[in-house]
Design a protein around this ligand. Sequence first.
Ligand SMILES: [Zn+2]
Length: 426
Amino acid sequence: MDRSASAGYTCSLAEELAADALDRFLRYVRIDTQAAYGSETYPSTAKQLELSRLLADELRELGASDVELTEHGYVFATVPGDPDAPVVGLIAHVDTTPDVGGTDVQPVVHRGWDGSPIELPGDTTQVLDPEDSEALAVRVGHDIVTSDGTTLLGADDKAGVAEIMAAASYLLRNPEPAHSTVRIAFTVDEEIGQGTRHFDLDAFGADAAYTLDGSGLGELEVETFSADQVVITIRGRSFHPGTAKGKLVNAVKLAADLVAALPADRLSPETTEGREGFVHPNLIEATTEEAKIRFIVRDHDDALLAEHEAFLRALADEVVQREPRARVTVDVSETYRNMRPAIEAHPRVVAAAEEAIRRVGVEPVRALIRGGTDGAMLTASGLPTPNLFTGGQEYHSVREWLSVQDMAAATATIVELARVWAEPDR
Ligand SMILES: [Zn+2]
């Protein structure tokens, strides 16, 4: 324990970095960067570029090198360090999820939270109750940031963005003790699975990288789901309903039957946790003539992922068995793969992160992601990229919240990480 730090802070460096990280966070969350599904453009929404532009400007003001805003909206920059040490990449995404409103975010800082339920002022039916959240209950005395309850907060991933910016600012002002060269990347459209679509790994030039896109204090995530998308297309036969007797084959009803045949008590996001996988229908587009059902399929184990897909194929076959005039196709496309095997091939990447977390006074926790991150895609492309905590909680909801003290610990972790990588025995 670092006795020179105030209560709630894990070390004095975290306390020193807290004000800058929070100030940046409160500014960034007010910029609407919501991504959109089904957009034809990249990034999916032009408003994401507003934050990308601001970050590029701020990095230039901080004195970072090689600051670049790419044509796709990525921001790259360098914090120069020891030329003999490996180059460490730090990545966060500027966009927020399309699933919860991100316009006109009004962050509220509950300073020195006293432990009583937090009523969100814009929608008083939204209450953060420590009785329901152990993560919250143990943070009495922390400064807790929430939205006003009508939008998400955007800690996913503006906490990560703010932490990287505050750490970069600190490293640029404090070249001693020595630290590695740090390459920064802010990406767009992560929340719609497109965050690394135009990511140029050679231009990034990192030897190892970390996404700052995790959650609880001390968590280091080296394992993601493996993920596929499955689209089942059912073709019926459309006729004028007045003269359809014996002829109409209604794809709407066939699609509804297929969805109704999914198990109610297992294999869904709402009935699984930990390592359990699922099939999850998240879109239906249907007319009598044609229905498309889109599923996301997830598991940590690739063999089980294939089993879940076989289950969907069997359901599709049953549609045709019941109604031979229908035509059904099943299209599977890979979204991303579990990054664990590739990360385990680079033990130093995980060891350096755990050492950095310990140096800020926190015991590292290996966690697994029930989802994916930019890091999974980068790892698959050859850049080992585990995911570090940011201090944000309850992502993708209007009840999203952030501990400033945990955010400060994440910022300090980044600084220590850059130093660890510059030590000769690393
Ligand atoms: Zn995220």
